[in-house]
Design a protein around this ligand. Sequence first.
Ligand code: CP
Ligand code: NVA
Length: 300
Amino acid sequence: MKEIKHFLRFSDLAREELESLFELTGKIKKKFKTFERRQTLQDRTLVMVFEKSSTRTRLSFELGMSQLGGSSVYLNTNDSQLGRGEPVADSARVISRMCDLIMIRTFEQEMIETFAHNSTVPVINGLTDQHHPCQVLADIFTFIEKNGSIQGATVTWIGDSNNMCNSWIDAANVLDFNLNISSPPGYEPKNINDSGNVKFFSTPEVAVRNADIVTTDVWASMGFEEEIKARKLAFQKWQVNKALMSQASKNTIFMHCLPAHRGEEVTSEVIDGDQSLVWDEAENRLHVQKALMETLLLEL
Ligand code: CP
Ligand code: NVA
């Protein structure tokens, strides 16, 4: 029996495991593009628990599992007992007895940790308030596909120090690339000390200099909608627009996990422009998560 390994945050995989996963992703993507079957997870089952909305995460996990020969079940808080107060630990014990793999999108990281602690099968974080590791896997694979290794590269995060930002911080530490972060006062990351690979900049224009990737995200993440008015004021100078991109290089890549709010955190000119790789990032969720599911379920 394979030892249970969860993917609750980016740093749950070591550098060597990530390198193998990205290599596997390349093979899986190539087969997909040439219509070759790859049914490595026949008869395996995935349960997906969603406590927040999703397009990409649901599609990529559900289609990914079915393309690999397995099947999946979608649960949400509205029509499962999870929304009616059944303890997380009890839900984890029951759900994990009936399937091979579980993916959860929820609010607090603590919920997913409690769930994983009581689960007899691997648990994947499909986004919490604190982390979004699957998206950063896809983003880094997207960079590697275009430019080769990310080691030593510079990624600049502009905006809210949210779940995506935290997963980029984890990734910079595990994969040894530079991460520059610029956020408005009051929205800075609390868990960095400007040492090692991660540096904080109060000015976005300085943060993007020498960047290989400039990336951003919505000003108010899911669960923070009531703060949107205050955030719209605070984040004005942290918009990724043509002027900001011109402080980097013409080869700098723009990334966004999507969904995006054009005219807020990014202008149409940038997200729909030549430097943007947002559609590749979205597609690569499918390929990278297939590799992740194989990594967690199979003896590779
Ligand atoms: N990027 C991302 O996770 O998208 P969804 O919210 O649509 O799943
Ligand atoms: N930070 C965003 C990411 C959405 C995929 C959110 O949590 O809403």
